[in-house]
Design a protein around this ligand. Structure first.
Ligand code: ATP
Ligand code: MG
Length: 347
């Protein structure tokens, strides 16, 4: 799933993971991000699967294939944490030569196949959910692709469900050319007007509160049916409304409070993360409103050559503030950013 910030990708990912867990699948969930503090991907995978496997083994007799999968898992995790901290509770000898070659491609594939084979014996599958997938390194993405590719070819029930920014499909294709054919791609965008109205009205209904049509219409329109804005405007309106129903005046007040709150938090935190030269770059982009902008045109507006603003552009991409929807284009990762920037005093 790919889409801009705040469209509901993580919410959807958690929902899907919850469904797989409820069905008794072996489920892992990791969040890749570019922060310095992120643990190596192998360690993240080992950490999340440790929990899942302990649950699977706690409730069931350890069948032969599960025993083998556990041994591979242990070898895989020992490679990233030789002290065995990630294999706690897995009382089994690690399998030599499975999952511990040190090459992530090979080891993740071995682990995926052995886990899927064990899961099949239990009548379930294996799913690894990865949020912010675009932030894995190229070689990590390659390993994910390879594991899925081999699992697919052998009919093994191992699935990776990923979510990330619009740059994700490109990053995957860059890691393995066959990635285009390997995954199902879903673009997550704004809600339909009907769904946006439901997001406001239904939770209120459950609490016995109704909305005037005009109030709903205003918030749906002003949020552009963008989930995170609906959340902010809806919350502020709910907090403001004296009741018994929610009126257009309440929605107007909620809009004002919600906009101020977005400005203070959501947008300002992004703006402050940018260095002065990066802000100049974003100001030049904001001329195109929500964009996208042509990189060459942005440089021209700054009176600079495209090569000399390259590092600034790369810095902004690295910070997750902008992305390149296609070659030569650049766009903000959140809607409404340009409008916010255009409201900031110059300097
Ligand atoms: N189905 C939903 N029902 C109710 N609220 C939702 C739903 N989807 C999204 N939201 C609201 O939108 C907010 C943003 O959703 P979420 O964090 O999943 O976005 P995201 O696409 O993962 O963003 P990011 O790229 O920043 O991680 C949520 O905190 C919630 O307020
Ligand atoms: Mg998210």
């Amino acid at each position: 799933m790919s889409g801009l910030r705040g469209v509901g990708k993580t919410v959807l990912l958690n929902e899907l993971a919850g469904g797989a867990i409820a069905d008794g699948w072996i489920v892992g969930k990791v969040e890749a991000d570019r922060g310095e503090s992120r643990r190596p991907f192998r360690e993240q995978v080992a950490g999340t699967l440790n929990r899942a496997l302990r649950e699977a083994t706690g409730s069931l007799e350890i069948a032969a294939r599960l025993r083998r999968a556990l041994a591979t898992f242990k070898a895989f995790s020992l490679k990233t944490d030789p002290t065995g901290g990630l294999a706690i509770g897995i009382e089994i000898d690690s399998e030599r030569g499975r999952g511990d070659t040190g090459s992530l491609d090979t080891d993740l594939t071995d682990l995926a196949l052995d886990l899927a084979s064990a899961a099949a014996e239990l009548g379930v599958g294996v799913a690894l959910f990865i949020d912010e997938l675009q932030d894995l390194s190229k070689s990590e993405l390659g390993a994910v692709c390879q594991a899925c590719h081999e699992a697919g070819q052998r009919g093994a029930q191992f699935y990776v469900v990923g979510a990330g920014l619009p740059s994700l499909p490109g990053a995957l294709a860059d890691a393995r050319s066959y990635a285009e054919r390997l995954f199902d791609y879903w673009t997550i965008g704004v809600l339909t007007a009907g769904a946006a109205a439901d997001a406001l009205v239904r939770p209120s209904q459950a609490a016995g509160v109704t909305w005037d049509d005009e109030a709903v219409r205003l918030l749906v329109q002003r949020s552009a049916a963008y989930p995170y804005f609906l959340q902010e405007f809806g919350k502020a309106t709910w907090d403001f409304a004296p009741g018994p129903s929610i009126t257009r005046d309440d929605a107007e007040a909620g809009m004002r409070v919600g906009t101020a709150s977005l400005d203070r938090g959501f947008f300002t935190s992004r703006w402050e993360r940018a260095a002065p030269s990066e802000r100049d770059y974003m100001r030049a982009m904001a001329v195109d409103e929500d964009g996208p902008s042509q990189s060459g045109e942005v440089a021209r507006r700054m009176d600079k050559r495209i090569s000399s603003v390259g590092p600034t552009r790369a810095g902004l991409i690295h910070k997750g503030l902008v992305y390149s929807p296609e070659h030569g284009l650049i766009a903000f990762t959140v809607p409404g950013m340009a409008d916010f920037i255009n409201r900031q005093p110059a300097g």
